[in-house]
Design a protein around this ligand. Structure first.
Ligand SMILES: N[C@@H](CCC(=O)N[C@@H](CS)C(=O)NCC(=O)O)C(=O)O
Ligand SMILES: [Fe+2]
Length: 226
């Protein structure tokens, strides 16, 4: 399995292109609309066939490339079953397994940042979207977010994975690229030595400004960015 991590500098979003080398089948996680041509050039240059376009959630800070990529490649777009986005090809639920080539993708429902949020476990990596960042986590103050749900998702599900699982986040605002479940359990200031009540109190008082693109991005993403 080959994993390429790409970054959208404007929104600090990570997009992942993952390839099953023997079959040349590939999936992409959280593509950004402005970079769709680059993804296609990359896929073409390696002769890859895109099977799934996996979004971890309906994003508030950038427009997804899923709709355009689906039109251009014929791949299926995927979101968690709680999404309101009727445009998506396939809605997935907790525990469901998709596959490309000989590689399985296990869906882990991780609500909290948004109700529809899912993480994708692929071999020794978990693509955590905005549920878990390196030394942080997604905010829970818009789009039906819930700090209590996020606490349950992270401590009850992601932190129960094999401690050596690599954490591949949906964003990083400080140039970090990859971590492990053990490192996040030991070091993440949002969760380390924390109680559920303390976490809820912290998350409900972050007072962050809204993402600059929220009013444009959410409706666009509910239409798969097209
Ligand atoms: N300044 C950024 C903020 C983006 C933002 O709020 N991102 C969400 C994810 S969609 C988040 O959870 N951020 C966590 C944080 O900023 O601590 C923008 O305007 O786009
Ligand atoms: Fe987000």
């Amino acid at each position: 399995m080959l994993v390429k991590q790409l970054k959208d500098n404007e929104s600090s979003t990570y997009t992942y292109l993952i390839e099953d080398e023997p079959t040349k089948e590939a999936v992409i996680i959280d593509p950004v609309k402005e970079h769709v041509e680059e993804y296609i050039q990359f896929l073409d240059s390696l002769n890859l066939k895109l099977k799934y376009i996996l979004d971890t959630h309906v994003h508030a800070d950038h427009i997804t490339g899923s709709g355009i990529l689906r039109e251009k490649t014929g791949a299926e777009s995927v979101l968690g079953e709680q999404t309101k986005a009727a445009c998506v090809s396939r809605k997935v639920k907790d525990g469901e397994v998709l596959s490309f080539g000989s590689i399985d993708i296990k869906v882990i429902s991780t609500p909290g940042h948004t109700p529809c949020h899912v993480a994708y476990l692929i071999e020794d990596r978990v693509f955590t979207g905005d549920a878990l960042f390196i030394n942080g986590c997604g905010r829970t103050d818009f789009q039906g977010g819930s700090a209590e749900q996020l606490w349950n998702s992270v401590t009850g599900k992601l932190f129960q994975l094999d401690p050596d699982t690599l954490v591949c986040p949906g964003h990083d605002y400080k140039m970090k690229r990859v971590s492990t479940i053990q490192q996040e359990k030991d070091l993440n200031p949002r969760f380390k030595n924390q109680t559920k009540e303390g976490f809820i109190e912290l998350m409900n008082n972050l007072n962050l400004p809204d993402p600059k693109k929220i009013h444009e991005a959410v409706p666009a993403n509910e239409a798969c960015g097209v």
